[in-house]
Design a protein around this ligand. Structure first.
Ligand code: CMP
Length: 224
């Protein structure tokens, strides 16, 4: 089984045999960059685990503005809200790079989980971590300035997608500047200004769809 899956909340509590059995019931879905897997408001019927790629979860306001709730990578799950609280999808899932996900039907998952409280506990843990992060992001929207929120987003992205290099932590985030702004909850202009200022101070080096974090200590302090 793929290494990345064994650490995913759905699999982490299972032994190899149980994990392989579960894996064989899941359906692989390939999504090309830019394509939606599902749209906000759709009926939610599957939970997904990412094997490869990056998926953004976004919502659109009544007047058409977009906001990103999260960008997820290998090993992370999504689509669980409409499992635990049956109802429409709360966000649109779009691939920001060519991606592979494994889907599991809610109908199969619910009875399977009822005999496996330890797995349910892992899913609750993942849900609680998500709520913690969301609460923090909400507080940051109220209490932090845009550069502080940009610094925090960069640190978070580096924890998920960063690779260590001699000259710093290389974060290939694959997002456009617009998407980065939607994740931070600010205009593209303000986010660009904050990034340019970090670059000018030598904390980061900007590249298209990637960023090199040169001074993570300063960025962490700026994130508050
Ligand atoms: P669901 O509502 O089924 O479909 C959209 C998914 O986006 C949702 O399940 C969650 O998996 C995910 N999602 C919604 N809100 C957040 C959030 N604040 N942080 C991370 N993921 C989220």
């Amino acid at each position: 089984m793929e290494d990345v899956l064994s650490q995913a909340p759905l699999f982490v509590a299972l032994n190899d045999e149980a994990a392989s059995a579960l894996r064989s019931t899941m359906v692989e879905v390939k999504i090309s960059r830019g394509d939606d897997l599902f749209t906000e408001g759709d009926p939610g019927e599957h939970l997904y685990v990412i094997v490869k790629g990056k998926i953004k979860l976004g919502t659109t306001s009544g007047d058409g503005r977009e906001s990103l709730l999260a960008v997820l990578g290998p090993g992370e799950m999504f689509g669980e809200l409409s499992l635990f609280d049956p109802g429409p999808r709360t966000a649109t899932a779009t691939a920001i790079t060519d991606s592979v996900v494994l889907g599991l039907g809610h109908e199969d998952l619910v009875p399977w989980l009822s005999g496996r409280p330890v797995v349910s506990q892992e899913l609750l843990k993942a849900l609680a971590q998500r709520l913690r992060r969301t609460n923090e992001a909400l507080a940051d929207l109220v209490f932090s300035d845009v550069p502080g929120r940009v610094a925090k987003a960069l640190i978070e992205l580096s924890e998920k997608f960063g690779t260590r290099r001699d000259d710093g932590l290389y974060v290939s985030h694959d997002m456009t500047q617009e998407e980065l702004a939607q994740l931070v909850g600010a205009s593209r202009e303000t986010v660009n200004k904050a990034l340019a200022e970090f670059a000018q101070r030598g904390w980061v080096r900007l590249e298209p769809r990637a960023i090199l974090l040169v001074d993570t200590d300063r960025l962490t302090r700026r994130a508050g």
